[in-house]
Design a protein around this ligand. Structure first.
Ligand SMILES: Nc1ncnc2c1ncn2[C@@H]1O[C@H](COP(=O)(O)OP(=O)(O)O)[C@@H](O)[C@H]1O
Ligand SMILES: [Mg+2]
Length: 269
């Protein structure tokens, strides 16, 4: 099997009744950049949480490097550690992720959990702070950080674990354009360093910039299509169907004219 993360026929319902995923199968290759896109409520966050073993499928299975990730397998301490060391998760809401008194402690937390000694942990924390350009924030508590700074720290707290795969839920949400650019460059750098990157997003410009492979979730919580960013972004019917763009009809002089609209796709005449 060549997928680093494999999802086989996974369905998920909240409380046994609210459907969030239906018969989803995916195989994400090692080192690949992969995006799960879909309208609000389509199941993106649920799928990412399943990939990180935070919740478990109602039916179907998930594998990381051919090891099943389930409630049962994660009870094994050795496997839990193996999995947690290798797969990092960046929550949509950075406030959920940041809980230490200051930024430096936030970055030390992971390596210390992994059993690194103090000086090794410090080295990792400083290396990551440099990479993310946040050394000047090291003594700040999270309530004294902007949204963009919090996102960098949240990503940093995962990178200090040096994971093989990174799952990011709506990473550009609420970020200013400069931080968004920084994030795209960072994701490229991490990808070039061989990390597997999985994002959940409805930001089509991010998908375009990252040139990733894409799985499209429908509002019925199924995978509607998978393909290259280029294939997906040019499929207007698909994007309309899954509600990632909408259609405008308006008039230019005597001509009625339709075009599709998103926050990304350019208005074509
Ligand atoms: N904690 C929860 N409890 C109940 N229903 C939920 C919960 N989280 C998500 N859902 C529902 O599951 C579906 C998929 O949600 P989610 O995975 O958050 O979608 P997305 O991330 O694409 O917006 C939605 O109908 C949503 O309302
Ligand atoms: Mg979500």
């Amino acid at each position: 099997m060549d997928g680093i993360i494999k999802i086989e026929d996974v369905s998920y319902n909240y409380y046994g009744k609210i459907p969030a995923l239906l018969n989803v199968s995916l195989s994400i290759k090692e080192g690949e950049k992969f995006a799960v896109i879909g309208a609000n409520g389509s199941g993106k966050s649920t799928l990412l949480q399943i990939m990180n073993g935070l919740i478990h499928p109602s039916s179907g299975s998930i594998f990381f490097r051919d090891n099943e990730v389930s409630e049962k397998t994660l009870k094994d301490k050795e496997f839990l550690r193996f999995f947690r060391e290798r797969v990092g998760y960046v929550f949509q809401d950075s406030d959920v992720q940041l809980f230490c008194p200051n930024v430096l402690d936030e970055l030390l937390y992971g390596p210390v959990q992994l059993g690194l000694n103090e000086s090794e942990a410090m080295d990792r924390a400083f290396e990551v702070m440099q990479m993310l350009n946040i050394e000047n924030l090291k003594d700040r508590p999270s309530y004294m950080l902007s949204g963009g700074e919090k996102k960098r720290v949240a990503i940093g707290s995962v990178l200090t674990m040096n994971p093989e795969a990174l799952l990011l839920d709506e990473p550009t949400n609420g970020l200013d354009p400069k931080t968004q650019c920084f994030l795209v460059e960072l994701l490229f750098a991490l990808s070039e360093a061989g990390k597997t990157i999985v994002i959940a997003t409805h930001d089509l410009s991010l998908v375009d910039e990252l040139q990733c492979r894409v799985a499209v979730l429908s509002e019925e919580h199924r995978i509607e299509k998978t393909g290259s960013a280029e294939d997906i972004l040019k499929d207007e019917d698909l994007l309309l169907k899954v509600n990632l763009v909408h259609e405008h009809i308006h008039c230019h002089g005597p001509l009625a004219h339709r075009h599709i609209h998103s926050h990304y796709l350019f208005h074509k005449h």
